[in-house]
Design a protein around this ligand. Sequence first.
Ligand SMILES: C[S@@+](CC[C@H](N)C(=O)[O-])C[C@H]1O[C@@H](n2cnc3c(N)ncnc32)[C@H](O)[C@@H]1O
Ligand SMILES: [Zn+2]
Length: 268
Amino acid sequence: MREWQQEILRCPLDRAELEAEDTALRCVVCQRRFPLRDGIPSFVSPELAEQHEEEEWQRKQREMRARDAQARRYDRLIALRLLSPIESRLTLRALRGEAGRFTLLAEVGCGTGRMLQHLAVLADYVVGVDFSLESLRRCRVRMQRAGFWERTLLVHADACFLPLASEALDAVASCQLVEHLPSDRLRQQMVSELARVLKTGGRYAISGYHWSWWVSRVGDKQGMHRGGIPYYRFTRQEFHELLSRHLPVQSLRSVAGYVWLASGVKEA
Ligand SMILES: C[S@@+](CC[C@H](N)C(=O)[O-])C[C@H]1O[C@@H](n2cnc3c(N)ncnc32)[C@H](O)[C@@H]1O
Ligand SMILES: [Zn+2]
């Protein structure tokens, strides 16, 4: 593990610093050990169950298994392949804003790296967080092929309990994750975690399903995707309210009526 990587990692339960051992990171306060799995630090520990309602934890476990099982198929999904060129261009523009280049940028819920591979051009160092280890393995291959691996850290963790130091990041993105959290409480918690790890003055871009007119013709407001992946589609007001409790929303637009894309700067 490189120095810059260890510097930003923290215990997800008490946010204390971590010490490197041969095959794990150990919290200097609670002494919990977080294993490196294929070199990827893994913070999805069973103790997290105690921080959830039984139903929330069951649903998360189910989604983790589904994401692992579907990781290979994800990059072939036709809707995402059509959306990716415009979505990545708009997300980069929203995140960069007036800023030049970032030092440290993270995408929370990076999956197989569909967006992270584009976001990586904006920063010197990038962090990708996801709770699907199988998706992270695919993301690693993608980042290696793109020549970004030397300056990338992938982290196996729950977005609601980020193992990252507070105010560590210059920019944070989360693309199409928040709609999959199984309760409003957890959606709030995730956005508050994004706000916590972002520096004051840092930039964010967050996207999530849009409950638009055309989507309402073909789908439901909330439900379950194949394999047990929960989803919730937001009205403009719902998405704005969710984010603005934690971060100022300076821009909010729809991308093709499919996702909302919000961005802004963290204020003191
Ligand atoms: C729709 S995919 C988006 C992946 C990527 N951001 C993209 O745009 O292609 C949602 C991702 O969020 C991850 N995810 C869902 N809930 C999570 C949680 N609580 N913590 C961490 N990752 C989560 C899933 O494993 C999946 O990779
Ligand atoms: Zn600890």
